[in-house]
Design a protein around this ligand. Structure first.
Ligand code: ADP
Ligand code: MG
Length: 227
């Protein structure tokens, strides 16, 4: 089992990223537009038309993925710092991701210990985005389905959120690169999800630990100060 603490230096890149990300969204939109124009040409066979439209849709999906992983996070102007119920926010995030879990034969379970009244300080949308990105990776790591277990336990001063999947796991190299902008091993990955999650937890004065074993699964532990 490999262990790694998140690296602060990776996070410093984040602030320079907004421009690069709008570029990443604009690219597929431009490509999509080009293929739509091609497909509208009269000289194009209906077979090719279909191919062009298919490509245009794939590119639009890519733009949507980037926005899904990043967008809520990319609104610093609206940033709030309020008291949030950890249980409520986690349950909300689970509700958002449940349709994806169902589609992938993944069962999500939430257990909690002593957290009924525990509050954390942060922005609800950002915190949800952080949890959703981690849950989504867990689901995507289990290509044949499985269990995604969330375990929340609270003490007076701190809150631990464990998220454990039974998926393909990561190599040491992959763990080291986790959270690097655009690092992805997926054909249609954005490589933004973990960067966003790490950055949000850092902003809440928390830490994330990752342990992973290839072929067995991955476990994330988020530790946050109680408010
Ligand atoms: P993306 O999901 O778009 O690839 P992320 O930043 O969310 O981007 O994740 C980066 C990479 O980290 C993934 O491509 C994958 O290789 C690895 N990863 C993250 N979470 C998990 C997990 N739960 N199980 C296995 N690999 C993971
Ligand atoms: Mg992801």
């Amino acid at each position: 089992v490999l262990q790694k603490l998140m690296k602060a230096d990776k996070l410093e890149i984040v602030s320079h990223l907004a421009a690069s990300i709008s570029h990443e969204v604009r690219n597929p939109l431009t490509v999509s537009r080009g293929f739509m124009q091609l497909s509208a040409l009269e000289s194009v066979s209906s077979h090719m038309k279909n191919k062009y439209i298919e490509t245009a849709i794939q590119e639009l999906d890519r733009a949507a993925e980037i926005i899904n992983d990043y967008l809520m996070f990319a609104k610093p102007a609206l940033e709030k710092n309020e008291k949030l119920s950890v249980l409520e926010e986690v349950h909300h995030s689970v509700n958002v991701i449940t349709p994806l879990a169902n589609m992938n034969n993944v069962k999500i379970s939430v257990t909690e210990l002593n957290c009924e009244k525990h509050m954390i300080l942060g922005d609800a949308k950002k915190f949800q985005q952080c949890i959703i990105n981690i849950l989504k990776n867990g689901i995507e790591s289990m290509s044949n389905g499985g269990q995604l277990r969330i375990n929340i336990s609270c003490t007076n001063n701190s809150i631990d959120i464990g998220i454990r999947d039974q998926g393909k796991g990561m190599s040491e190299e992959q763990i080291n690169r986790l959270g690097e902008p655009y690092f992805t091993t997926k054909e249609k990955g954005t490589g933004l999800g973990m960067m966003v999650s790490f950055s949000i937890i850092k902003g809440m004065n928390g830490i994330i630990n990752v342990s992973s074993e290839q072929g067995k699964g991955t476990s994330f532990t988020i530790k946050l100060p109680a408010s």
